[in-house]
Write a protein that binds this ligand. Structure first.
Ligand SMILES: Cc1cc2nc3c(=O)[nH]c(=O)nc-3n(C[C@H](O)[C@H](O)[C@H](O)COP(=O)(O)OP(=O)(O)OC[C@H]3O[C@@H](n4cnc5c(N)ncnc54)[C@H](O)[C@@H]3O)c2cc1C
Length: 359
């Protein structure tokens, strides 16, 4: 089979690797807009079941990644001056660029032909579709999904809060959910270490507070958070950073686009991962879901029955039940951050119970 994939993120890479390892004669071309060494994001959490899944699906890749995981030793809620430690399940974390770099190298070693710094637009898509299968694994703003939107029928709901993904130049000790009221209003931050001297910091602020506090204006000409914006956040989080500093790599404030598509395939075009179904990321499961999508599609190509169009719709049918339950869970979780104005006035015990029960 001849296959073109748009997007070298978790979904596109895992699909390519899974299929190429099992059917080496397939010709697979992968197109990625970033440089080979660039990956979006800082560090991510992976639940134990994601690591177990990887060990079974690709033991070689799991073995090369094993030394790069960072065990997060404990978990705490920091609410105003209170701190609650609790025993929710712990996760491993890993730097995004490490995870993606290993996947990209494994793909190249297996014989997948990777084209980097290749931004695919609608015109180019028409050419790339002149093959057996075109895979849209191009993330939340998928150009593949937009090009055939009349067939995929996407519904995109933007979150009411704004989030910003930064890092801190320290190991913060464990997983920390900080909920606090600052001079500009309520703020939530998820912090967790992913290396000896680095932690991920995801800041959530209600839209109204974000505007009133001037964060909308504290951006540079590319739309990334400006030094003034970063200073303000450094001051707001200082009590929880123990002297560490926040880091930005041209990071921008965003609204999360919860996405649902009625169909995931049209003729010889199919969607994978966030391109097909973006869900709020707080449960540390989205990467696993992207891998599962990739493996499920590859299994249909390897062992499915009937013509390609039937195999593609079987892939969607098999995946959608699992995803519906999963998306409901993450939507509930995002609601928590969207309602921060209300949550901030709960008593410490009530908030702690709410968080513990939602885990
Ligand atoms: C703030 C934040 C925190 C997160 N935390 C976690 C976490 O802790 N645990 C977890 O499991 N998941 C987490 N996620 C989610 C996770 O990163 C994604 O769900 C997962 O990577 C989905 O993979 P994907 O391959 O579908 O999309 P992506 O990883 O977005 O990959 C899409 C790829 O397509 C490329 N691309 C896009 N458009 C084009 C184009 N036109 N031409 C060429 N290339 C293109 C992009 O550059 C990118 O490399 C988080 C996400 C966010 C935003």
């Amino acid at each position: 089979m001849n296959i073109n994939i748009i997007g070298a993120g978790a979904a596109g890479l895992f699909f390519a690797l899974y299929l190429k390892r099992r059917r080496p004669a397939d010709s697979i071309h992968l197109y990625e807009k970033h440089h080979r060494r660039d990956a979006a994001g800082w560090g991510i959490l992976l639940q134990d079941r994601a690591k177990a899944y990887l060990a079974e699906a690709d033991p070689d890749l799991a073995a090369t990644l094993a030394p790069h995981f960072c065990k997060v030793p404990n978990r705490a809620l920091c609410f105003h001056e209170h701190r609650f430690d609790h025993d929710a399940p712990y996760h491993d974390t890993i730097a995004c660029h490490t995870l993606i770099d290993h996947l990209r190298r494994a793909c190249a070693d297996a014989g997948v032909i990777c084209h980097y710094q290749a931004v695919i637009d609608r015109t180019r898509l028409e050419d790339l579709r002149q093959t057996d299968l075109l895979v849209g694994a191009d993330g939340v703003n998928s150009v593949v999904r937009q090009t055939w939107a009349a067939h995929f029928q996407p519904k995109v709901q933007l979150s009411r809060n704004r989030y910003l993904w930064l890092a801190a130049d320290t190991h913060v000790g464990g997983f920390r959910l900080v909920i606090d009221r600052r001079q500009f209003g309520p703020l939530a931050a998820n912090l967790f270490p992913y290396a000896e001297d680095r932690s991920s910091v995801i800041i959530d602020i209600p839209e109204t507070t974000w505007r009133a506090a001037g964060f909308a204006r504290m951006v540079d000409d590319q739309g990334a958070v400006s030094p003034a914006g970063l200073d303000s956040l450094n001051r707001a989080l200082a009590p929880r950073l123990d002297g560490a500093r926040l880091l930005s790599r041209q990071n921008r404030w965003k609204q999360y686009p919860q996405t649902h598509c009625s169909a995931w395939s049209y003729e010889n075009v199919v969607l994978l991962g966030d391109a097909a179904h973006a869900s709020f990321f707080s449960k540390g499961l989205n990467t696993l879901v992207a891998w599962e999508d990739g493996a499920a599609l590859a299994k249909q190509l390897l062992h499915g029955e009937g013509p390609l169009t039937k195999r593609l719709s079987d892939y969607h049918r098999k995946r959608r039940g699992r995803l519906a339950a999963y998306q409901r869970g993450t939507h509930h979780k995002n609601g928590f951050f969207e309602d921060l104005e209300r949550v901030i006035d709960l008593t410490p015990d009530a908030l702690f119970t709410l968080i513990r029960d939602g885990d």
